[in-house]
Design a protein around this ligand. Structure first.
Ligand code: SF4
Length: 405
């Protein structure tokens, strides 16, 4: 019997969100969204790291007030994945988010409707080479379209996206991806099919307000999987009424289940490095990748630049290493388990990962002297905080700029 796999993928343009490509022949990516207040920098970063560890390639944060934009200025340099700012109603928030350094924007055409505002945002994004998602939503469609079509129909959704594309076109902006989400699965599926007929921009798939699992999971999977199997879709998001980690996991698992993403070896996540970094994170991450090589250890492994925030930010990873005070701090599920000389940290990381793979996390935690590791970690953390202060990323300067706008 012939195995039926997904239809050939619809050819789309490729855009770049931070260091992640979307569209063209790039792997289909998973997105999720934080549910913290974006002004709560530490809480939001912890959630971003948890989402990245669960399989999110890109994370969106709301930018609904100036404090959120200020939070983004501090979050973006410390995020392990590209950050997109979600903008509703106030185009000025889009400007502030770009000033904060985000990797992309999502605009809802249903509630930012003034052409001059939309074009101003697109011009700024063009200058900064940042992509924008046109995020049409059946529930917040422009009332004029609602009236014209007698409701949120696939035609109305597509026209909303096309009107926005037209504004972008007028200022020469084309770093676009589009979504036409609805909470009704048939409406969502028909809308994306119609959209795929009229544009080759990459598409972001989702069933909006799918609700809590298991019904929400089923609805989202029904809509997203149907389209993916037809070759439609370049990036996906589950919108669940649940911990967003569940969204990221579901997205990842769906792609693996459809044979669109694969995970056999370690999944290495690394912080992007920032003013706090105690080592060359890129080098250590590359050394770790090389040391793990082709070993079939399907664990999430984190390489973090500092011991001040690293173990907390990457606490969902199976194992990780953070640098501090010329030492390597090994942690398992966020708990410090050993402190080793910096020169040995990659080897130790591999050794502990092999141990976990063979014997499990519990056995690895039992093997460790947790009290000693915690004491040593605290000592290095305190020393670094004393040396660097608590604004090692100079985020306060960016905040001053945002407030001036
Ligand atoms: S160096 Fe530390 S604070 Fe900076 S991104 Fe890495 S882990 Fe986070």
């Amino acid at each position: 019997m012939e195995v039926v796999s997904a239809a050939e993928r619809r050819p789309t343009r490729q855009i770049t969100v931070g260091d992640v490509t979307v569209g063209g022949d790039s792997p289909i990516t998973v997105q999720s969204m934080t549910i913290t207040k974006t002004s709560d920098v530490e809480g939001t970063l912890q959630q971003i790291y948890a989402l990245a560890a669960a399989g999110a390639d890109i994370v969106r944060c709301t930018c609904n007030e100036i404090e959120a934009a200020e939070g983004l200025a501090q979050i973006v340099p410390r995020s392990p994945v590209p950050i997109i700012a979600d903008i509703h109603h106030q185009y000025r928030m889009a400007m502030a988010a770009m000033e904060a350094g985000v990797d992309g924007l999502r605009l809802n055409p249903g509630n930012i409707r003034k052409p001059e505002h939309i074009k101003a945002v697109a011009r700024e994004a063009k200058d900064r080479n940042l992509p924008i998602r046109i995020g049409v939503n059946a529930g917040s469609l422009d009332p004029k379209l609602y009236e014209k079509y007698g409701g949120a129909t696939p035609e109305a959704m597509v026209e909303s996206a096309q009107t926005e594309m037209q504004y972008f076109d007028e200022v020469g902006f084309d770093l676009i991806k589009i979504s036409v989400k609805a909470s009704s699965v048939p409406l969502m599926v028909e809308s994306y099919r119609a959209l795929a007929e009229v544009t080759d921009y990459p598409l972001h798939l989702g069933v909006t307000e799918a609700g809590p699992p298991p019904a929400g999971l089923i609805k989202a999977t029904a809509g997203i999987a149907t389209l993916l199997m037809e070759g439609i879709g370049d990036t996906i998001r589950y919108s669940l009424t649940a911990d967003p980690v569940e969204e990221a996991k579901a997205g990842r698992q769906l792609l693996e289940a459809l044979g669109l993403r694969e995970r056999k070896n370690i999944d290495l996540i690394a912080c992007p490095s920032c003013g706090r970094a105690e080592v060359d994170v890129i080098k250590v991450a590359n050394d770790a990748m090389e040391a793990f090589g082709e070993r079939e250890i399907p664990l999430q492994v984190a390489v973090m630049g500092c011991v001040v925030n690293g173990p907390g930010e990457a606490r969902d990873a199976d194992i990780g290493i953070a640098a501090g005070n010329k030492r390597g701090h090994l942690f398992i599920k966020g708990q410090n388990v050993a402190v080793v000389p910096e020169s040995e940290m990659v080897d130790q990381l591999v050794e502990w990962a092999e141990f976990i793979h063979e014997h499990g996390t519990e056995a690895a935690l039992k093997r460790a002297d947790l009290d000693k590791a915690r004491r040593e970690a605290e000592k290095d953390r305190a020393k670094l905080l004393e040396e660097q202060g608590d604004d090692a990323n100079l985020a306060n300067e960016k905040i001053v700029e945002i407030r001036k706008k």
